[in-house]
Write a protein that binds this ligand. Sequence first.
Ligand code: IPE
Ligand code: IPE
Ligand code: MG
Length: 445
Amino acid sequence: MRGGATDRARPDDDRVHEHLEAMPAFLDGLYLTDTLTDLASDLGRGILTLPEEALAAHRLSEADLLACRWTPQAEALIADLTERAHDWLDQPALQRGVHPGMAVLLRTSTDLFRARVRTARRLGPALLHRTAELSPAVRFRLFAPARVRAVRAWRRAALAQPAAEPMATLPEPRREADPAFLPPVPPRPHPSGERAPDIPAERLPRHVGIIMDGNGRWAAQQELPRSEGHRVGSDATRDVVHGALELGLSHLTLYAFSTENWRRDASEVARLFRTMHDTLRDGDLRSLDVRLRWAGSPEGLPVDLTEALRQSARDSRHRTGLTLTLCVNYGGRAELVQAAAGLARAAVAGELDPDHIDERLLAAHLPHPHLPEVDLLWRTGGEHRISNFLPWHLSYSELHFTDTLWPDVDRRDLWRAVTAYTHRGRRHGAARTVEGASAWKGAAV
Ligand code: IPE
Ligand code: IPE
Ligand code: MG
């Protein structure tokens, strides 16, 4: 009897725990959005409430911001904070298991606050001088349908039992037990004892993208099934992440599964997903100072993998070291189509004049508007193509191709790729090397 009752209670408990996890992130998102929206008026009163660790991570002093100087560091800080707020507000778990009317209210608040974050981001330097307000058209577009949905939901479910209040009876989540608040451990050194080259931060590529290719051929060479190539390849991935942290990279994006990879044998695909799932769950990446993101579509992916990706992103949202974006079920062209559709929708809703569409606006409509341009693209496995990887962000990347098959790679290959990058002269169309992107001669290739 007792056992039966406990079993029936379990799904509710799971949901409550899900809510307890999602709620602090959502509240952090609300608070950060408010802080960013009102930044100009706070600065005008000599008040600065942005997180200190974020200021330190972007090498900004309070005085710089209070003087309302829009420096590259200030721009990077705002990009970082708006990205965080946007992520933290995305807590679909909060809408599960609540009254449908409540779910509409939560969804609408989320959309509203996320729209405020995007407005703050789009203001650029003006954010230091004026409040980021939503246009009446955007407010109307959000509220009008929500009102109708909420009324319908309350009518339909007016007599439903009010939800119990489990939050009051459960203990507060222990912050120190929450993986999001555990202090990160430093990266493990490479077994060879080799250390990362000492490259000054301003010479490092801000964003490195890697097409991790060659797992299948590696497995064939060893007379193993292709899935073994993916499994050993995941060890290489882990080592490269440790190496990226040692080097001090701020953004690393890894191509793990493309929308075209569905053309493979179903059993290879299923095993590959299992390997990814195990890698995400095994605790090594979680313990590091890595903020994990996922780019790609959930369509067709196993639910436990999408859950693991989302959970890892939630748990690591407070990390500030390396932003690691995993491209899983990712297609670059699909992303451009989404941006185009978003712009078209905004134009039809009267929120934007098509004559005002420029590169910045298109970039702001990409699914990951905060992902910086890729400075260095590295592909292993001997192929010289980009295979639908980040077409927007790669337009001015330095390209680096190596023949090594991915499972044979370790962090020292990443260090060599980055060191080679420091010797490139980046001109961006100018006749001379562009300031800040010139070749740095301090490290040997
Ligand atoms: C890269 O290795 C991993 C994925 C594309 C999922 P491959 O599996 O493409 O390896 P090769 O190119 O067949 O050797
Ligand atoms: C690109 O590798 C995709 C990933 C690394 C995830 P592929 O092996 O799928 O690319 P093609 O087929 O050689 O272009
Ligand atoms: Mg391949």
